[in-house]
Ligand binder design. Structure first.
Ligand SMILES: O=C(O)c1ccccc1NCC(=O)[C@H](O)[C@H](O)COP(=O)(O)O
Length: 209
């Protein structure tokens, strides 16, 4: 299973987190977020990270120009679209960045909304389901209803996000079987400052699976 730790801001934490077992690191490229990082910060945080670790830039309602500028100046291997990007936008971005993993995030407000994932299957590689919050785009610590998600059968591999912590991750994964999990505030001391003890606890809990 893929394990993405998102919202990294401190270079020394990125290496430690991959050594603990993360398969992907997420960098928030949304200026309004307290976890925002510049291109220079992304490059510092990824310079010692092995090639097999996915390095995902998280964007929300950015333009194709803004996204490609960050991707072409960094070692990002993937782009997560966390805003209201349309299927057409994803397909256009795919044309411009054919070798970059595209992840479309859905902030789930209603279960009917999950049907819209169908419209994105040709434009992206991966889905991510996150909790909806009226004021925040991500990193909210809110969980989804895992029981309802048991019937989610997406056409693409998917990450479960939203309020996962070392204490609830096994409960989630006994109910549903995503291809990956994504955690941010559940392994933090404060926004952008990861708690390496919590990250270690996460991996020791996952080893019990
Ligand atoms: O984390 C942010 O600050 C953020 C801001 C704007 C758009 C997306 C953002 N995060 C996206 C993520 O992938 C988070 O990991 C995801 O929302 C889960 O967060 P959490 O509930 O804290 O585990």
């Amino acid at each position: 299973m893929r394990i993405k730790i998102c919202g990294i801001t401190q270079p020394q934490q990125s290496l430690a987190i991959t050594q603990l077992g993360a398969t992907a690191l997420g960098f928030i490229c949304v200026p309004s977020s307290p976890r925002y990082v510049s291109i220079e910060q992304i490059n510092l945080a990824t310079s010692h990270i092995p090639d097999h670790i996915d390095k995902i830039g998280v964007f929300a309602n950015s333009t194709i120009f803004e996204i490609t500028k960050v991707v072409s100046s960094s070692s990002l291997t993937g782009v997560q679209l966390h805003g209201d990007e349309t299927p057409l936008f994803c397909e256009e971005l795919r044309q411009v960045l054919p070798n970059i993993e595209l992840i479309k995030a859905f902030r789930v407000r209603s279960w009917e909304q999950l049907e819209t994932t169908l419209n994105y299957t040709s434009g992206v590689d991966t889905f991510l389901l996150d909790a909806y919050h009226p004021q925040q785009l991500g990193g909210t610590g809110k969980t989804l209803d895992w029981q309802v998600l048991q019937s989610f059968r997406p056409a693409l591999p998917w990450f479960l996000a939203g309020g996962l912590t070392p204490d609830n991750v096994l409960t989630a994964l006994t109910q549903i079987h995503p291809d990956g999990i994504d955690l941010s505030s559940g392994v933090e001391r404060s926004p952008g400052d990861k708690d390496l003890d919590k990250v270690a606890l996460l991996f020791s809990r996952l080893n019990q699976l």
